[in-house]
Ligand binder design. Structure first.
Ligand code: AMP
Ligand code: MG
Length: 400
């Protein structure tokens, strides 16, 4: 195992990423995808002079006083544009309707009094074009409404729907396989003998990835057996774009993953990073499939997934730049290894973070009170209160 720095590991991963692929999906499923094309306005928005208040419209408001209403004139939303026949009169109008031809201002009901065929204006202040949302004032036909590379959320789906796009060109999301290994691990619903543990990395990693919008995940568990591991990897490498392996990458006799992957001609790009936790992390590639070998200790597996795998998945799904959050340290921290340290922290009421002690990378139960981890670089061993460091949350925003 030849240890490399975090920045080298990151660089090697980014160099190995395949070019994002495009695909088309129905609008109702487009949330969280990244747009693969610019979206241009197919019409002016709004497409007509849209009335924004229920009331009356006319061309000739002269001030306070009486106004005759055109008897057959009601401009209803959803109906073609009405015409005010007699420009000395007024039309009754509804919010959302096109402004009737020959009118140029709207007076809301609150500012008039209706009496039979007449209306009495209660206001002197009528501005030309008031309460009208002018055609094309939001965007003109042909202008770009959303740029390629935008992440689709609720606003974007609304704009796409409004623009008549029911099939959206997006970047494809990867098919992911999670393969957990370890003879000591039994299923959650199985009886655990005193020497056995229930496995949890599969559900943990799946939940972490789902939190970032990656839902196409297949999970399997394989014992520490070279032939069975080989057979499983043949299967998943044929279909998955990204394979996450949990366990079996350290130096133990039954840490078989590096050898099995070598026999399958998966190119090893690095094995071992100067980081704590997650030192034995393995990374490689076969054709366009990426393989992340994560240490089995749950804190290591989750930390490496959030720090390396999620940004890689985002990038191959078309995301331009991952957003990095920073937190202020509320205490001094000394580190006694020349490694990058991912320190679990909790946020105090003043929004500063302090470390949450745990029993090493196997202990995730002590971390339920923590909100995530900060990254302390290997450049220095002393980190001072009041300094800011990159922060990655355990839980994604939709989990709050
Ligand atoms: P390994 O990296 O295979 O040496 O695994 C290190 C330790 O991580 C094991 O001894 C287990 O305690 C734990 N572990 C490995 N895989 C899992 C898993 N899928 N779920 C929960 N704990 C695991
Ligand atoms: Mg193991």
């Amino acid at each position: 195992m030849m240890l490399i720095s975090l920045s080298k590991a990151e660089k090697l991963i980014y160099q190995a990423l395949p070019v994002p692929k495009t695909t088309s999906i129905p609008l109702a499923k487009a949330n969280d995808y990244v747009l693969a094309t610019d979206i241009k306005a197919k019409r002016d928005y709004p497409p007509f002079d849209r009335i924004t208040k229920d009331g009356i419209a006319s061309a000739s408001f002269t001030g306070e006083g009486q106004q005759h209403m055109d008897s057959n004139g009601y401009a209803q939303a959803g109906k073609p544009q009405a015409v005010l026949e007699d420009t000395g009169k007024a039309n009754e109008v509804a919010t959302g309707a096109p402004l009737p031809q020959c009118t140029d201002a709207v007076i809301p009901y609150e500012e008039i009094e209706k009496q039979a065929d007449e209306v009495i204006l209660k206001t002197k202040q009528v501005r030309a074009r008031q309460h009208i949302h002018p055609q094309g004032s939001d965007s003109k036909k042909g202008t770009i409404l959303i740029k390629k590379g935008a992440i689709i959320g609720s606003l974007e789906v609304a704009i796409l729907g409004y623009n008549g796009i029911h099939t959206v060109s997006v970047y494809a999301k990867p098919h992911i396989a999670i393969v957990t290994t370890g003879d000591e691990l039994v299923a959650t619903d199985a009886k655990a003998e005193p020497h056995q543990l229930r496995r949890s990395n599969d559900v943990m990693l799946q939940a972490a990835l789902q939190g970032y919008g990656f839902a196409n995940i297949h999970c399997s568990h394989v014992p520490d057996d070279a032939a069975q591991l080989h057979a499983e990897f043949v299967k998943v490498l044929g279909v998955a774009d990204v394979v996450l392996i949990s366990g079996g990458v350290s130096k133990g006799v039954y840490d078989l993953i590096p050898d099995v992957l070598k026999k399958l001609a998966v190119k090893n790009i690095f094995h071992g990073v100067c980081q704590r936790p997650g030192k034995p992390m393995w990374f490689g590639k076969k054709k366009s499939s990426l393989v992340f070998g994560l240490p089995g200790n749950p804190v290591s597996a989750l930390t490496c997934t959030l720090r390396y795998v999620v940004p890689a998945l985002k990038k191959i799904s078309g995301c331009i730049e991952p957003l990095i959050d920073y937190k202020t340290l509320g205490e001094a921290v000394d580190v006694n290894v020349p490694f990058t340290v991912f320190l679990p922290v909790k946020t105090k009421l003043d929004n500063e973070v302090v470390s949450v002690p745990n029993n090493g990378s196997g202990d995730f139960t002590s971390l339920v009170d923590s909100s995530g981890f900060i990254e302390l670089s290997s450049d220095t061993r002393h980190f001072y209160a009041g300094e800011c460091y990159p922060f990655i949350p355990w839980r994604t925003p939709c989990q709050f």
